[in-house]
Design a protein around this ligand. Structure first.
Ligand SMILES: [Zn+2]
Length: 353
C-alpha cells in the first residue's frame, strides 16, 4: 500500500520526505512537523541516511520508467554503498540456484538438465550504459557436457563522446576487436540488436521460459564481471524492445552452479576421493585458479576472429568452453555415463582430468 501511494506522488520525492513518512508510520501519527522530524533525522547514522537517499533515487527512476515507458534503467550502482545494498538485496540468487538443482535431483532429471553458460565482452561501459562487442552462450548438461554454443560479434553503434581513447586502450589490451566504424558493411547489418536478439531466442528455443544464465564472477569476487554480463544481456533485450524479459533476466554466479553440482556428485557417486568444496566462495576460488592454469591449454575453441588474431584467451566462445570443461572435470560422474571428448574435456587432452 505504502509503496503504491509513494509511486503516485510525483518527482518531488526526496530522502527526507521518505524518512518523514516512515516516521509517521512508526509513530502511528498522521502528522509530524518538519522540525520534529529534523531532530530524528539528525540522529540517523550516515548509512541510514544513505539508505533513504538511495530509496528516493530509485523511486524517481521508477517514475522515469513509467513516464518514458521505455527507458529501463540498466545503471550500475554508483557508490560503494549502493553496490553493497545491491549485493545484499540481490545476491545473484545463490538460494535459487541451490533450489533449482535440488528440485532436479528430486525428480531425477539433474543429469539431463541444461545450463546456459554465458560470457560477454564490452568496448566500453560506465555507470549509465554498456557497449558490448562479443557474446557467447553454451548449453551444458552433466551427461552431455557442452553440446551446443552460440557466438555473436556485436557492433553496439556509436560510443559516447569522449570515450574513444578508453575504448581503444581496452581493445588493445583485452578483447582485440577494433572499434566499429560506421561504414556500410556486413558488420553493421550484424549489429542490429533485433537480429542479435533473434539469434539468442532461436538458440534457447524451444524453451517457453527464460533460462537461468551462469557467468563468471561471484558476489564476493569479480562481482563486476557478473554484473556487467547481466547488464549486457539486459541491454540486448531492451534494444530489441523486450522490456518485460529484460526486467526478468537473471544471471547467476557460475561458482554457485559449480559448487552445487559438485556437491551432488560427491553425494551420489561411487567414486572415492573426489574434490569437495567447503562453500561457494571457495569453489569460485578453485574455479578461478583452474581458469588461469588451463587458459592457454584447451586448444582451438575460439571464434574465427580471435583464432586468426591468435588470442583465444580473450574470446567469449573460448571462455564458455573453458568454463564447461572445468565444471565437467569436477562435477560429472564418469562411473555413471561416459565422458565425451570435446564436450566434457578438450579434444587435445589425452585423458579427462
Ligand atoms: Zn571471439
Amino acid at each position: 500500500m505504502m509503496s503504491f501511494k509513494r509511486r503516485n506522488k510525483n518527482s518531488k520525492q526526496n530522502a527526507f520526505k521518505l524518512f518523514m513518512e516512515d516516521l509517521m508510520e512508526k509513530k502511528l501519527q498522521k502528522y509530524i512537523s518538519t522540525q520534529e522530524a529534523q531532530l530524528y533525522w539528525n540522529q540517523l547514522s550516515e548509512y541510514e541516511k544513505e539508505e533513504y537517499k538511495y530509496k528516493a533515487k530509485k523511486l524517481k527512476e521508477e517514475l522515469g520508467v513509467q513516464i518514458a515507458g521505455k527507458s529501463l534503467s540498466i545503471a550500475t550502482p554508483q557508490s560503494e554503498f549502493e553496490k553493497r545494498l545491491k549485493m545484499e538485496n540481490d545476491k545473484f540468487g545463490e538460494q535459487e540456484v541451490k533450489k533449482s538443482i535440488e528440485d532436479s535431483i528430486d525428480i531425477g532429471t539433474i543429469d539431463d538438465k541444461v545450463f546456459y553458460i554465458i560470457s560477454t565482452e564490452t568496448f566500453y561501459e560506465d555507470s549509465r550504459d554498456v557497449f558490448p562487442c562479443e557474446l557467447a552462450i553454451a548449453k551444458f548438461s552433466l551427461k552431455r557436457g557442452i553440446f551446443d554454443s552460440l557466438q555473436i560479434r556485436i557492433n553496439p553503434g556509436p560510443l559516447p563522446l569522449g570515450t574513444a581513447y578508453t575504448a581503444i586502450e581496452k581493445s588493445k589490451n583485452k578483447h582485440k576487436y577494433p572499434i566499429p566504424s560506421n561504414d556500410e558493411n556486413d558488420e553493421v547489418k550484424q549489429s542490429s540488436y533485433i537480429l542479435i536478439l533473434e539469434k539468442i531466442i532461436t538458440f534457447i528455443h524451444p524453451l517457453d521460459e527464460i533460462p537461468m544464465f551462469f557467468a563468471e564472477g561471484h558476489k564476493s569476487n569479480d562481482f563486476d564481471i557478473l554484473y556487467n554480463t547481466k547488464r549486457t544481456l539486459q541491454k540486448i533485450f531492451i534494444e530489441g524492445c523486450e522490456y518485460q524479459i529484460a526486467r526478468e533476466l537473471q544471471v547467476f554466479s557460475i561458482s554457485d552452479l559449480f559448487y552445487y553440482l559438485n556437491e551432488y556428485l560427491v553425494k551420489s557417486s561411487k567414486i572415492n576421493g573426489l574434490t569437495q568444496f567447503s562453500c561457494p566462495v571457495s569453489a569460485y576460488d578453485k574455479f578461478k585458479r583452474i581458469t588461469q592454469s588451463w587458459l592457454y591449454s584447451i586448444g582451438n575453441y575460439s571464434c574465427v576472429y580471435h583464432n586468426e588474431e591468435d588470442c583465444s584467451q580473450f574470446c567469449c566462445l573460448y571462455k564458455v568452453h573453458l568454463f564447461c570443461f572445468i565444471i565437467a572435470a569436477f562435477c560429472c560422474d564418469k562411473s555413471k555415463y561416459p565422458l565425451i571428448r570435446g564436450q566434457h574435456y578438450p579434444k587435445n587432452y589425452a585423458v579427462e582430468t
